[in-house]
Design a protein around this ligand. Structure first.
Ligand SMILES: *Cc1c(COP(=O)(O)O)cnc(C)c1O
Length: 361
């Protein structure tokens, strides 16, 4: 048996072991072709089945209605930061964003290239420690944009903002896609880099309502039009085959264990374990996110000194609990416990943190 650690890195992140084993097992001879999945033609029927299966699994697991297209694109979620305004802008209309962290700031920066951006709510003054309350988008705008989970700060939206009927809501779900059940109909566009909750880095899932595909200005480079990718089932050019293939395996696994409902149940249980340690530590561990804005995916906390935090990270590493150092924007520690993080890993971390407190208080 290969030695596996518990990997709390924020992304690329841990994947289910059965998924990795399956990829290994099939690597040299994919579907009886005598070739690896990274060697076969992306126009072959074997490959087309992988893509169709992956797409159908997303549709099934997330309950994506038929009038939405599911795209597999390269360039990371960061590419969507400009593809969103490029594909959805409307002349003379503003684009409204909610500023809840580093990634939404980057999205806002790109939108500014295309037109007027209004930041309708922000938690920046309090180091993005919460999700603004009662957010309401305006009538007559091109679109509204939110980031459902803020990876660096450990906050997540716990409610839906108010959005006028004709305004599409765009959501960056990179760090919490499928961490809970959602109603896709509430959104015009959903996008997510795969490397936190779906698979390896290199592919980004985009779910877009069909009627929005026609907004894109004609004089747009072909590859930057969602419409082109939609018309070609994400096979306009060579897609990132290996990441899509591993996503497909991960989606199979998610379905097998009971789908998004079951995943959410596990996530709630996992997150509670760590938040309970923080809340019962008498201030030894200080949670960064406000209680009403806590993420199920990224648990962020600090301690009384950087030295102590450093010691805690190192002690974790020595026990096979890897990747606990916080992002520099918050400091301290961050445990990323995405969908694929097993309960046992979180339990070990919770036990370690309790022990660490007892020994260092
Ligand atoms: C990681 C992350 C991104 C960036 O994804 P890339 O695929 O590296 O471009 C964007 N948004 C959120 C919320 C993220 O967590």
């Amino acid at each position: 048996m290969t030695k596996r650690v518990y990997n709390f890195y924020a992304g690329p992140a841990t994947l289910p072991l059965p998924v990795l084993e399956k990829a290994k097992e099939e690597f040299l001879d994919f579907a009886g072709t005598g070739m690896s999945v990274i060697e076969i033609s992306h126009r072959s029927k074997e490959w087309e089945k992988v893509m169709t299966d992956a797409t159908n699994l997303i549709r099934e697991l997330m309950g994506v209605p038929n009038d939405y297209k599911i795209l597999w694109l390269s360039g990371g979620a960061s590419t969507q930061f400009f593809m969103v305004p490029l594909n959805l802008q409307l002349p003379g209309k503003a684009m409204e964003y909610v500023s809840t962290g580093g990634w939404s700031s980057k999205a806002i920066k790109e939108a500014n290239i295309y037109g007027e951006v209004k930041i309708i709510a922000s938690s920046e003054k309090e180091n993005f420690s919460y999700i603004p309350k009662d957010v309401e988008f305006s009538e007559d705008i091109a679109f509204g944009h939110i980031t459902s989970n803020n990876t660096l700060y450990g906050t997540a939206w716990g409610y839906m903002p108010k959005v006028p009927k004709d305004v599409p809501l765009v959501c960056d779900m990179s760090s919490n896609i499928m961490d809970r059940s959602i109603d896709v109909k509430d959104y015009g566009v959903i996008y997510a880099g795969a490397q936190k909750n779906l698979g390896p880095a290199g592919v980004t899932l985009v779910i877009v309502r069909e009627d929005l595909l026609n907004r894109v200005p004609e004089h747009t480079p072909t590859m930057q039009k969602w419409k082109i990718h939609a018309e070609n089932d994400s096979l306009y050019n060579t897609p990132p085959v290996f990441p899509i293939y591993v996503c497909k395996l991960a989606l199979d696994y998610m379905k097998e264990i009971g789908g998004v409902k079951e995943i959410n149940k596990r996530n709630v249980k996992k997150a509670k374990l760590l938040y309970d340690v923080i809340d019962s530590s008498d201030g030894f561990y200080k949670g960064h996110a406000r209680k009403d804005s806590r993420s199920l995916m990224n648990i962020t906390f600090t301690m009384s000194s950087p030295e102590l935090e450093d010691k805690c990270v190192k002690g974790g590493t020595a026990r096979g609990l890897i990747g606990l150092k916080g992002h520099r924007s918050v400091g301290g520690m961050r445990a990323s416990i995405y969908n694929a993080m097993p309960f046992e890993g979180v339990k070990e971390l919770a036990e370690y943190l309790k022990e660490f407190q007892a020994e260092n208080q």
